[in-house]
Design a protein around this ligand. Sequence first.
Ligand code: IPE
Ligand code: IPE
Ligand code: MG
Length: 248
Amino acid sequence: MSNCQSSETNLPKHVAIIMDGNGRWAKSRGKTRVAGHKVGVESVRATVTRARELGIEALTLFAFSSENWQRPEQEVSVLMDLFMFVLTREVKRLHKHGIRFQLIGDISGFSAKLQEKIKQAEQLTSANQGMVLSVAANYGGRWDITHACQNIAQKVANGELSADQITEQLINQETSTAILPELDLLIRTGGDYRISNFLLWQAAYAEFYFTETLWPDFNEDAFEAAVSSFGQRERRFGQTGEQVQQKN
Ligand code: IPE
Ligand code: IPE
Ligand code: MG
């Protein structure tokens, strides 16, 4: 068999992005940090569009971390308003394209109005068969794992489950990404090389792609470049390169 795999074989099923660099983008233009977040919305649009066109099954975007509450109150408040505004404006378009929307994170941290909007968007799109767009907001990888543990402990306490029935698969089913395929590619924009408490459990065998590009400058082509870099990687999952090549 040829070594040359079709590009379809090498397409990641699940791509996640740490959308970083809005503040620095704005600052370098003499604008307020908030201006960077607003322009960043266009990068979200572009990325969702290209991901859908490429046939990516799941796109997960880190929009607001559990730790981002520590930012200045005014910035947090603008981010919440922006989230509300964008959700209202874009949900019909997502639905039209068959995209299923879900929020991952601790939704109880948001205002009642925003929680309602999120639930409406999830309900409206719940039967869609296209790409799953997960927005991670008030999300932390440690929160995700802790929350999964709590659910499992509750089942053990109820007598539904015994301790030796706890497997990796079961834990996975209790995480917020349970319905999604395994994470293949994790992109971080903005030039920092860290995970910032994003998908800790899920990133076990993900390929990492770091780019200096600040999020507001990220676009369709930048996304495609990341996806095509993924296509060049050899994923060994613990095996040797020779073993992997034999399989192809
Ligand atoms: C990412 O951009 C957006 C959020 C965390 C909400 P930043 O706001 O972190 O931008 P920098 O890192 O300060 O440039
Ligand atoms: C990570 O970016 C969170 C999001 C992109 C939403 P941060 O800007 O908050 O990350 P740190 O604090 O620099 O690690
Ligand atoms: Mg940042």
